[in-house]
Design a protein around this ligand. Sequence first.
Ligand SMILES: *[C@@H]1O[C@H](CO)[C@@H](O)[C@H](O)[C@H]1NC(C)=O
Ligand SMILES: *[C@@H]1O[C@H](CO)[C@@H](O)[C@H](O)[C@H]1NC(C)=O
Ligand SMILES: *[C@@H]1O[C@H](CO)[C@@H](O)[C@H](O)[C@H]1NC(C)=O
Length: 311
Amino acid sequence: MLLAIKYLLLLASVVLPATCQDPIRIVAVADLHGDYDNSLSVLQMADVVNEKAQWIGGNNTIFVQTGDVVDRGADTIRLYDMLQRIRNEAHEAGGQAIPLLGNHEVMNLIGDWRYVYPEDVETFGSFEARVKAFEADGFIGRYLTQLNMTAIVNRTVFCHGGIHPAFIDSRTGLDWINSYVHEHLLEYMESKGKYGDDEGVFGGHGPTWYRGYALGPEDEECPLLETALEMLGADRMVMGHTVQRDGKVHSRCDGKAILIDVGISQAYGRHRAALEIIGDKVVAINNGKRTEIKTTGKKWPSKLATLREEL
Ligand SMILES: *[C@@H]1O[C@H](CO)[C@@H](O)[C@H](O)[C@H]1NC(C)=O
Ligand SMILES: *[C@@H]1O[C@H](CO)[C@@H](O)[C@H](O)[C@H]1NC(C)=O
Ligand SMILES: *[C@@H]1O[C@H](CO)[C@@H](O)[C@H](O)[C@H]1NC(C)=O
């Protein structure tokens, strides 16, 4: 019996990779915060790039970076360069890299430089050169203003902070958030965050700042998350932004909220972790050790009806 299972497994492992219906491999990595060396180490660990930072994901990998590449470290230019190059290489190989906006990207775009390190400014040559770089037509601003705030890949939602159901349009789902960002970001930048955000998408409860799913009480937050996922037709939400101090990926709400900001930057202790999703198998890769994140299929009562009443 055991032998038969072993044989079947062997057969399966030989047969599966040859079929063209392989599920895609989704890899997600969160906050990099100015640390090129450890970011590269994490991407290598997750088999996204090789030691020369070249794409090795082939045509079967979708890599998502959930924002906050900048601040708290010096390597802003090197990291944005690497991500743009990886995105091009992935595209050429038939794969995909999806960098998203985090709250620190938006902060730098509106001139909120509270977390910018002096060593970072030096890499630009001068303060003025860095200001120019983050303008809408600057070499970093041009790249950042094109990025989305959220993405959904095969029923997994990715964002920086968390998407409260109030930001989900019942007809267009996530597209509303991304379109809003592209319609309003320039006005928000030009007014240094004063105008252009009537709906609060860039604000403290918006998708790049929300911490409810990471920190709020589960009996309140899980029904909200369930509602958001129901509206989006998704199974789980993967988020950065809230640092997991032990350097490991954690999940809440029965595996529906997955928290992947493990503090990759030197500013947080240079931890190494990534998330890998293949089909419905969700695996945390913590410092090279793979642990499956399981769910029991629990469902929380959706709050959709009451939310509609409130509106
Ligand atoms: C999407 O996920 C489902 C399981 O949830 C899996 O069966 C399917 O192969 C996945 N599709 C791709 C393209 O990865
Ligand atoms: C993906 O790459 C593999 C290996 O290089 C190749 O055999 C396969 O045909 C490619 N699939 C597609 C859809 O391009
Ligand atoms: C941004 O998201 C929209 C859907 O919301 C998608 O159509 C578009 O291709 C995305 N753009 C990038 C650069 O990923």
